[in-house]
Ligand binder design. Structure first.
Ligand code: SAH
Ligand code: SF4
Length: 379
């Protein structure tokens, strides 16, 4: 069986080189060819000895997920659907902004945590992504953006609109957020190995501040992340008390808010930023009242944090509505008057279902959730 070199971080690749009788510095060359220069064919790796290239092409591969579709939204947001075999597909989204380009990366096929307002959560769960499938999303995005720089023609229905945007050319991925499909901390080992590559100077060379893990709050894994690879942290809070959070984010029953906040404070002792970003989805009539806002202010009093309010993005059968612009403004003002830093997330790419919580990919559910939902629907 061939080994997929895309599954290895620098240390593992060095060990592998030793194993096949090669000098450790070959690992550095390989990393650069694969990740920096975006090559997937050993033949092109010109400074590797011919014998080594031949050996690698027999025993190893650079196995990438396959791009099934590539869509560009009116606002320049770009979404790829990548096939990961057996009928499963995952999505990654590139969000160009004035001073940065952010890639939103998936970590699992579906998600088992079943937050009630999340399209991925509604779809059930199939499996964890491999390191190759996680880092492969960054590999593809970098390559695709090189081949088709932002603002240049692309074979897509939206090409005209896309071209008419006055955006910088050659924008690349400057930031990564683990906010695509799945709960990254449920797939800990593969996610941190992929993070190693994102941070490695011979691979993607991003700083820890520019890589964000978003979690619904798996406390033990959060503590392990702090020790193993403390990147920037976003926590999906979504409610100011346990009663409401239990309903929206079911994992809260296992890891309730007070314990989660304590874990956030521990995380900050090692984090590259001195605050946690709390994500808060704005659901009309559910968690968006002034009282909720005051309760939230009280709750986070001792936790250095910023808030990111996310207007709910709807999807078929969600059962929720987005809060009104006015409700979001009032909610934001209460937090701001209490001295908190608050941003309201701009909805990007919703015309191609690329906005937060809209990523669905193709998930062959292995849990019984799909069956349950269908049974409920016909009740
Ligand atoms: N599983 C991780 C990361 C993926 S979701 C987590 O839950 O944090 C990224 C963000 O989008 C989370 O804050 C999530 O709660 C939010 N989200 C999920 N569904 C959404 C929806 N329909 N509208 C807006 N935000 C949503
Ligand atoms: Fe999973 Fe995050 Fe969606 Fe919850 S919000 S179901 S943790 S992907």
């Amino acid at each position: 069986m061939t080994v997929n070199l895309l599954d290895f971080n620098a240390k593992q690749l060095t060990d592998y080189c030793t194993e096949i009788g090669e000098k450790p510095f070959r690992a550095k060359q390989l990393l650069r060819w694969i990740h920096q220069f975006g090559k997937a064919d050993f033949v092109e790796m010109s400074d590797l000895a011919k014998g080594l290239r031949e050996k690698l092409s027999v025993v190893a591969e650079i196995g990438l997920p396959e791009v099934m579709s590539d869509h560009v939204a009116a606002d320049g947001t770009r979404k790829w659907l990548l096939s990961v075999g057996s009928g499963n597909g995952i999505e990654s989204v590139f969000i160009p902004e004035a001073n940065r380009g952010t890639l939103c990366v998936s970590s699992q096929v579906g998600c088992a945590l079943a937050c009630t307002f999340c399209s991925t959560g509604k779809q059930g769960f199939n499996r964890n992504l491999t390191v190759a499938e996680i880092i492969g999303q960054l590999w593809w995005a970098n390559n695709a953006l090189k081949v088709t720089p932002v603002g240049e023609p692309i074979l897509n229905d939206n090409a005209q609109i896309y071209q008419s945007q006055s955006v910088d050319k050659n924008r690349v991925v400057s930031n990564v957020v683990m906010m695509g499909m799945g709960e990254p901390l449920s797939n800990f080992e593969n996610v941190v190995t992929a993070l190693d590559l994102m941070l490695d100077d011979n691979a993607y060379g991003l700083s820890r501040r520019k890589v964000t893990v978003s979690t619904s709050g798996l406390i033990p894994a959060l503590d392990r992340l702090r020790e193993r690879c403390p990147v920037a942290l976003a926590v999906s809070l979504h409610a100011p008390n346990d009663a409401l959070r239990d309903q929206l984010v079911p994992i809260n029953k296992k890891y309730p808010i007070k314990e989660l906040l304590a874990a956030c404070q521990r995380y900050l002792t090692a984090a590259p930023r001195d605050f946690v970003t709390f994500e808060y989805v704005m659901l009309d009539g559910v968690n968006d009242s002034v009282e909720h806002a005051y309760e939230l202010v009280e709750l986070v009093r001792d936790t250095p944090c910023k808030f990111n309010l996310i207007p709910f993005n709807s999807f078929p059968g969600s059962g929720y509505q987005r809060s009104s612009t006015e409700a979001i403004r009032i909610f934001r003002d209460v937090l701001m008057q209490a001295g908190l830093i608050v941003t309201v997330r701009k909805t990007r790419g919703d015309d191609i279902a690329a906005a937060c919580g809209q990523l669905a990919g193709q998930v062959l559910d292995k849990t019984r959730r799909t069956k349950q939902l269908m049974a409920e629907a016909v009740k």
